[in-house]
Design a protein around this ligand. Structure first.
Ligand code: MCN
Ligand code: CUN
Length: 792
């Protein structure tokens, strides 16, 4: 049954009417709530062995010797794999998503604490762990580079001396915008505000850690790899290239995924080791990391040291923005981003404002920390960009003594400026920013809140109101401009309507909790009039789905969602030809209404899509040029990205005695164009807002000066719970994307991107300080209030 919630806004004007039954309950949830999900760790194969990784205790050390004899003598151990073993197979190093190299198992040096050094395969998980302890390694510790700002010092130890001729820790310099134009506006500006800020290292921390089951069939030579993975097809191609296994003999299966948040985009050494373990032992090998391994060694996020500058006239017109960034990429440059853009999409840092000039410069460096980067619902570094510009606008408001909402209203792009070409090369597709900000202010009761704040201040109770307005850029391709390791970011889709009128749609993207099994059925349902429960969504298995680059950067709806709409329209066009033959009229004389073709002027003479499907598979004489059956395929290559946006307002109370921040209210008005399933959208926004509160107030992957990771468990790396977050107050506006077939933009990362600056702006507003860095823990807030760290 189609379960439409009472509150579905069915009376809304057409452009606001959700797609394909709106608030449909998630088709995937019955199996999750009944404990019937099938995660990688649920995969059990006959004779399966278990792997465990030995990791480096040092951040930087030379490996003097490795003695595996005691581990090999363990009665349950089947294989011990070291860097030496892999060297023999040409697999000691693998390419990263940024075209760098990463050690699979260390051979020469370890370069971060937690780096993979050896891999044990044993009969059970416990034996594998025990045997890891039996491996004896002699290390010669080296000085470590932990602070990125020291990475380019003349006396800094060279981390990547594995690369020929390397004498420093520099990775890249990259810039966007026009430096001369920016200089010119900064010179004639009345006011220039400059602020340094750190977006600290954080971690996506999905509830399910990373892992895989590798099964090499020695007879067929076929590798099946069950993986926690956001991009199965890209992984298959990579595995083929790295391991030299022919691509048609590789099957990647991403079963149910317990959260990805960017953590499951890349390939980790454990996956490669499990594959090698299976080849060596002739048995399937499972490897699943634990929580500490996940936090310490897999893809982190952010770690951007930023200096922002904003130039304005005295009456508050923003003229230009500049940014100078030092990017800490850890020991191997493993960030996931399109090849052309080493700093991801950071150059959207001009935000939502009508400015004259902009320039940004980003330098990437190696440090002795875990590799990865970009991950954690970031839309390829849009998180950092939005944080920078939204903090800078507040710094400007502070300098000018202006209300931050009013200052934003003055500078926001106006609806008639769209499509808007910004100063760093993006073309914003559509937007009505002032309406969205106004709506957020109305829901918040902004004027009354300011009143209340004045009252409370008089009583010595610090209360803060933080505003942020963000523009995101999601939905890469086009393939010409956006690729990962040379693979263009376009996505295939296949749709078959079976004889009984039930359909199967096959996607190249991969849900990790976003609800694709529901929303993609809704897209097809909207286009064909087949009810969503009659449409099966297949994804996450390279043997069953068309090629495409997977789910990250909130690209599923903008790219794969578009492919689903296009393929459904192809099927509808074919159905028209068949309906013409069935009704013995010209297809040109047929009109479509949801679910059926009928004769123009005679609505009673028509054929439903189900009747047409049966006829397409039956004995009907099909018209010239029409093949039997009812199916289609497509590859969607987007003409532009989509630019969702939103206005967020956060209200906090700060305890003046302890510095504890209480987020009292949070208002979020998002615009993701046409809304497919409002309930799922709200869920995405709720999750992202919680992430934002977490990053702003409590999350940090920290290190001591020797490079020991101080955040290796959930005792130290804090995830916000229901106690730390308020009841979210959501609103929305709808500005469809003009180039997307159904007008939808992405939503999966909007709230994570937009909310941290709202929280930080609120805390700064409460305590009357210009800037303090995240996470705003009680001690940091207290010190900021009392003129310590972070005071202006
Ligand atoms: N949607 C909709 N209407 C729109 C836009 C989206 O109904 N106009 C629906 C989509 O159909 C989809 C969901 O909202 O079911 C998210 O869609 P989209 O914005 O296209 O994002 P993706 O599906 O590509 O998801 C990726 C994004 C990313 S990159 C991270 S990181 C993140 C996020 O999604 N990871 C998540 N949200 C997550 N949510 C969960 N539960 N788990 C994760 O790992
Ligand atoms: Cu940056 S995390 Mo999401 O794009 O997979």
């Amino acid at each position: 049954h189609v379960d439409v919630e009472e509150s579905a806004p069915t009376a809304a004007p057409p452009e606001e009417r959700p797609i394909g039954y709106g608030r449909l309950k998630r088709k995937e949830d019955p199996r999750f709530v009944r404990g019937k999900g099938n995660y990688v760790d649920d995969v059990l194969l006959p004779g399966m062995l278990h792997g465990a990784v030995l990791r480096s205790p040092f951040a930087h050390a030379r490996i003097v010797s490795i003695d595996t004899s005691a581990a090999e003598a363990h009665p349950k151990v089947k294989a011990v794999i070291t860097g030496k073993t892999l060297e023999g197979l040409g697999l000691a190093w693998m390419p990263t998503l940024s075209m760098d190299t990463q050690a699979v198992l260390a051979t020469d040096k370890v370069r971060f604490q937690g780096q993979e050094v050896a891999f044990v395969v044993a009969e059970d998980h416990y034996a594998a762990r025990d045997a890891v302890e039996l491996i004896d390694i002699e290390y010669e510790p080296l000085p470590a580079v932990i602070d990125a700002r020291r990475a380019m010092d003349a006396d800094a130890p060279v981390i990547r001396d594995d690369k020929e001729g390397r004498t420093d820790n520099h990775i890249f310099d990259w810039e966007a915008g026009d430096p001369e134009a920016a200089n010119a506006v900064f010179e004639r500006a009345d006011v220039v505000v400059r602020q340094e800020m750190l977006y600290p290292r954080v971690h996506p921390a999905p509830l399910e850690t990373c892992g895989c089951v590798a099964s090499m069939d020695p007879v067929e030579g076929k590798l099946t790899l069950w993986e926690t993975c956001q991009a199965p097809h890209a992984h298959r191609t990579l595995v083929a290239m790295v391991a030299g296994i022919p691509e048609q003999k590789i099957r990647i299966v991403a079963p149910d995924i317990g959260g990805g948040f960017g953590n499951k985009v890349g390939i980790y050494p454990g996956y490669v080791c499990a594959v090698v373990g299976s080849i060596v032992t002739g048995k399937p090998v499972k490897w699943m990391e634990d929580r500490s391994e996940n936090l310490m060694s897999t893809s982190f996020a952010r770690d951007y040291h930023m200096t922002g500058e904003i130039a304005a006239t005295r009456d508050g017109k923003i003229l230009g923005i500049r940014a100078d960034v030092l990017a800490d990429h850890g020991a191997f440059n493993g960030t996931a981003q399109p090849t052309k853009y080493p700093a991801g999409f950071f150059h959207i840092f001009t935000g939502s404002y009508d400015i004259e000039a902009a320039h940004c410069k980003v330098t990437g460096v190696y440090t002795n920390k875990a590799p990865g980067g970009v991950a954690y619902a970031c839309s390829f570094r849009v998180t950092e960009a939005v944080y920078l510009v939204e903090r800078m606008v507040d710094c400007l408001a502070n300098e000018l003594g202006r209300d931050p909402a009013e200052l934003r209203m003055q500078n926001l792009l106006r609806p008639e400026q769209f499509p808007y070409e910004n100063k760093t090369g993006w073309t914003y597709d559509s937007g009505d920013y002032p309406t969205t900000l106004r709506k957020a202010m109305d829901i918040a009761g902004y004027e009354q809140l300011r009143e209340e704040q004045r009252r409370r201040r008089a009583e010595g109770k610090p209360m803060g109101i933080g505003v942020s307005f963000f523009t995101e850029v999601v939905g890469a391709g086009a393939r010409k401009h956006f690729d990962i390791l040379g693979l263009g970011m376009a996505d295939g889709c296949e749709l078959r309507v079976h004889p009984t009128g039930k359909a199967v749609v096959r996607l190249s993207v991969q849900t990790q909790g976003q609800g694709h099994e529901t929303t993609f059925a809704q897209i097809v349902a909207e286009e064909l009039g087949i009810p969503p429960e009659d449409i099966q969504v297949v994804h996450g298995d390279t043997d069953q789905t068309p090629f495409g680059l997977g789910t990250y950067g909130s690209r599923s709806t903008p790219v794969s969602g578009a492919a689903a709409a296009v393929v459904a329209r192809k099927v509808r066009d074919k159905a028209r030809l068949i309906a013409g033959a069935m009704l013995e009229v010209s297809p040109d004389d047929l009109d479509w209404e949801k679910g059926r073709w009928f004769v123009r002027g005679d609505p009673s003479a028509g054929k439903s899509i189900q009747e047409i499907a049966l006829a397409a598979h039956g004995t009907l004489e099909l018209p010239e040029g029409v093949e039997g059956h009812l199916e289609a395929t497509t590859v969607y290559n987007p003409p532009n990205l989509t630019f969702p946006y939103g206005a967020y307002i956060c209200v906090v109370d700060v305890d003046p005695g302890t510095g504890v921040v209480k987020v009292r209210r949070f208002i979020a008005v998002d615009d993701c164009g046409t809304r497919i399933n409002p309930m799922i959208i709200e869920g995405q926004v709720h999750g992202g807002l919680a992430d934002g509160v977490g990053m702003a107030l409590m999350q940090l992957i920290g290190f001591d000066e020797d490079g020991n990771c101080l955040s290796g468990s959930f005792m130290d790396y804090l995830l916000p719970t229901a106690l730390e977050v308020p009841d979210w107050e959501l609103g929305y506006t709808v500005t469809p994307s003009p180039h997307h077939p159904i007008g939808a933009k992405g939503i999966g990362e909007s709230a994570t991107v937009g909310s941290p600056p709202a929280v930080v702006n609120a805390v700064m507003d409460a305590i009357g300080v210009r800037h303090a860095d995240m996470p705003l823990t009680p001690s940091r807030v207290w010190h900021a209030m009392h003129g310590g760290v972070g005071a202006p």
